[in-house]
Design a binder for this molecule. Structure first.
Ligand code: HEC
Length: 167
C-alpha cells in the first residue's frame, strides 16, 4: 500500500515536472509582462497625467478662446505651409482658396480667405484643424499643438493678415 502510494506520488511529480517542461519553456516568452503589439496601451492610473502632456481643449468650442502662442515668423510659416501642402490642399486648393480635387466627391471646402473664415479666432481655426468641422474631418493626427499653430499662422497668410515672409 505504502509503496504504491509512493509510486503514485513519484508518477504525479514526474507528470507535473514533465508538464512543466513541456509547456513552460516553449511558452514562457508568451506569458510576460511586456505589452503585445496588438494590445491597447496600458491605461493611465486614475488622477494622473502623462509626463509632458498638457490637457488640451475637449472640442472646437473650447478651443475658440485659446491664444496663439506661436509667433508668425518665417520659420513658423514655412513649417505651416509645408503641412498645409501635405494635408489641406486636396480640399482647400493649392493656394487655400478652394477648388481642391476632393471637392468633386465631397462637400466642397471653402476659400479660407472668405470673410466668415477671416473673422474666426486663431483658437477656432486651431480647433477646426484638431477636431474637424461639420463636414471637414479632424486633420490634427500626428501633429503637435505647435505644428497646428504653425498651420494657423499659414492660414493667416492665406487670408492676407500676415505677410508671406512672416513678421
Ligand atoms: C477632406 C476635405 C478637407 C480637408 C483635407 C481639410 N478641410 Fe478644412 N474644410 C473642409 C470643408 C468641407 C469645410 C467646410 C465645412 C466645415 O466646416 O466642415 C472646411 C472648413 C475649414 C475652415 C473654416 C471653418 C469655419 O467654420 O469657418 C478652416 C479654417 C479649415 N477648413 C482649415 C483647414 C486646414 C488648415 C486644413 C489642413 C490641416 C483643412 N482644413 C483640411 C474640408 C476639408
Amino acid at each position: 500500500m505504502r509503496e504504491s502510494f509512493a509510486l503514485a506520488m513519484t508518477l504525479a511529480a514526474a507528470a507535473v515536472s514533465l508538464g512543466a517542461c513541456r509547456y513552460d519553456w516553449v511558452t514562457d516568452m508568451w506569458f510576460q509582462p511586456a505589452i503585445r503589439s496588438e494590445e491597447d496601451p496600458r491605461p493611465e492610473p486614475e488622477h494622473t497625467i502623462p509626463l509632458g502632456v498638457v490637457p488640451g481643449p475637449a472640442d472646437r468650442d473650447e478651443a475658440e478662446s485659446l491664444q496663439n502662442p506661436v509667433r508668425a515668423d518665417a520659420a513658423s510659416i514655412k513649417h505651416g505651409a509645408a503641412i498645409f501642402q501635405d494635408r489641406c490642399i486636396g480640399c482647400h486648393g493649392r493656394e487655400g482658396h478652394g477648388g481642391g480635387p476632393v471637392g468633386k466627391f465631397f462637400p466642397p471646402a471653402p476659400d479660407l480667405a472668405y470673410a466668415t473664415v477671416k473673422a474666426r479666432s486663431d483658437g477656432y481655426i486651431f480647433g477646426t484643424i484638431t477636431f474637424g468641422g461639420r463636414a471637414m474631418p479632424p486633420m490634427g493626427d500626428g501633429l503637435t499643438p505647435h505644428d497646428r499653430w504653425d498651420v494657423v499662422n499659414e492660414v493667416r497668410v492665406i487670408q492676407g493678415f500676415v505677410p508671406p515672409e512672416g513678421r
